[in-house]
Design a protein around this ligand. Structure first.
Ligand SMILES: Cc1ncc(COP(=O)(O)O)c(C=O)c1O
Length: 408
């Protein structure tokens, strides 16, 4: 019988990884307080207000607007910047759909560009080349927690008069040159959905150091209201994106653990980098030396199938999961999503923009292709384990490599 767990052998990983989400009596107490206070609504409440201020401060920003989810955070950012019909927003082809759908929601065109082949974050040269007179903003996605090249992107945005937005859904507490991400541009958006680095099941936030933007974005998230004005005055287009007090209360507690958990995920990931060096065909996402702390939403690595008897990425994932190491497939390239291929996205556009042939439907995106179809993710809860856990992860890689022929 094979030694591979997938084929009936024993699992490599016996000790379970830490569970996720994490909570203790502090979340329980915070939730009871909200319950008993009978203030469950954000508007008169204090918990969500307290949280958005604390989260913004933690990331070096003056303002935080807590919202219903990370997609909403991006939508509000587009609206707060006045992005609309005829505008273009540059973003990576390799990201979750929300980065692009928020642009479509604003009736603007997402312009997709390829990523850096080593960090899987937006390629600054291609970003610069994609700028047209209609470009209004660039969205940097800090992929898997690793920051995009903020030096270059900041310089490009400043010199071309564009807004830089950081989609930081994966990157709570990530640092670039010792400074936490989220306010290198006009706005940083985060998600608190269940798989994220801290969570209330759902939730999101926009942070900023730009007073004018903040005023607009806050108003958008609260039905177009303005501070100090009558409750039924609505000054601009807005909607209800407010986060509840339940979520605010939980996130206050989750935030207190974030620094410690980030240190652990970063430390364990560097240990994995060293351990996986001995496994031919495995190339971890490269850590840019300017990234002084990686929030590490996932441990992403490229797998060279030739070194694994030619097995598919899916087969590798199956075998790893069977060994007890949770791992999953990557995002598909955005330009291959049905919404782009079937032309549905054009229904959000108008005028000339709706009739044009968009370059991203012809482009090849070689780095995104590799990232999408040949990379694998170990989700963040596994990185909260101890060093022994990391050694066991590495042992699972070795075992699968040794027995890969049986999987072919
Ligand atoms: C890069 C990125 N941006 C935005 C989002 C949207 O966040 P949410 O699921 O909270 O709407 C996600 C969620 O996974 C994401 O991964």
């Amino acid at each position: 019988m094979s030694t591979l767990a997938l084929l009936g052998g024993e699992k490599t990983k016996r000790k379970p990884f830490p569970v996720w989400p994490q909570y203790d009596e502090n979340e329980q107490r915070a939730l009871s307080e909200v319950l008993e206070s009978r203030v469950w609504w954000r508007t008169p409440g204090t918990k969500t207000l307290e949280f958005e201020q604390a989260f913004a401060r933690f990331h070096g920003a003056r303002h935080g607007i807590a919202v219903t989810n990370g997609t909403a955070a991006l939508e509000i950012t587009m609206a707060g910047l006045g992005i609309g019909p005829g505008d273009e927003v540059i973003l990576p082809d390799f990201t979750f759909v929300a980065t692009a759908s928020a642009v479509l929601f604003a009736n603007a065109l997402p312009v997709l560009v390829d990523v850096d082949p080593d960090t899987y974050c937006i390629n600054p040269d291609l970003t610069e080349a994609a700028i047209t007179p209609r470009t209004k903003a660039i969205v940097a996605v800090h992929m898997g927690g690793h920051p995009a090249d903020l030096d270059r992107l900041q310089q490009i945005a400043r010199s071309r008069g564009l807004a830089l937005i950081e989609d930081s859904a994966h990157a709570h507490a990530t640092e670039w040159r010792g400074k936490r991400i989220g306010s290198f541009g006009v706005a940083g958006t985060f998600s608190f959905q269940s798989s994220k680095l801290m969570t209330a099941g759902e939730g999101g936030i926009v942070i900023s150091n730009d007073d004018k933007f903040e005023r607009q974005a806050r108003s958008v998230h609260d039905c177009g209201r303005m501070p100090g004005e009558w409750f039924y005055s609505h000054f601009i287009y807005g909607s209800n994106y407010r986060l509840s007090e339940w979520q605010g209360a939980v996130l206050n507690v989750q935030l207190r653990r974030l620094d410690e958990q980030t240190k652990r995920r970063h430390h364990n990931s560097r240990l994995l980098d060293r351990l996986l060096r001995d496994i031919p065909g495995i190339t971890p996402q490269k850590l840019d030396p300017r990234c002084t702390r990686n929030g590490q939403y996932a441990y992403i690595f490229h797998i060279d199938r030739k070194e694994f008897a030619g097995i598919s990425t899916e087969r590798f994932i199956e075998a790893m999961n069977a060994e007890g190491v949770p791992n999953q497939a990557s995002y598909p390239p955005l330009h291959e999503l049905h919404v782009f291929r079937n032309g549905e996205y054009k229904k959000r556009l108008s005028g000339e923009q709706a009739k044009e042939q968009h370059a991203f439907l012809r482009d090849k995106f070689p780095a995104t292709q590799k990232a999408a179809w040949e990379s694998v993710w170990i989700p963040q809860p596994a990185l909260l384990g101890d060093e022994e856990d990391m050694h066991e992860i590495a042992a699972a890689f070795s075992k699968i490599q040794k027995c890969a022929r049986e999987l072919a």
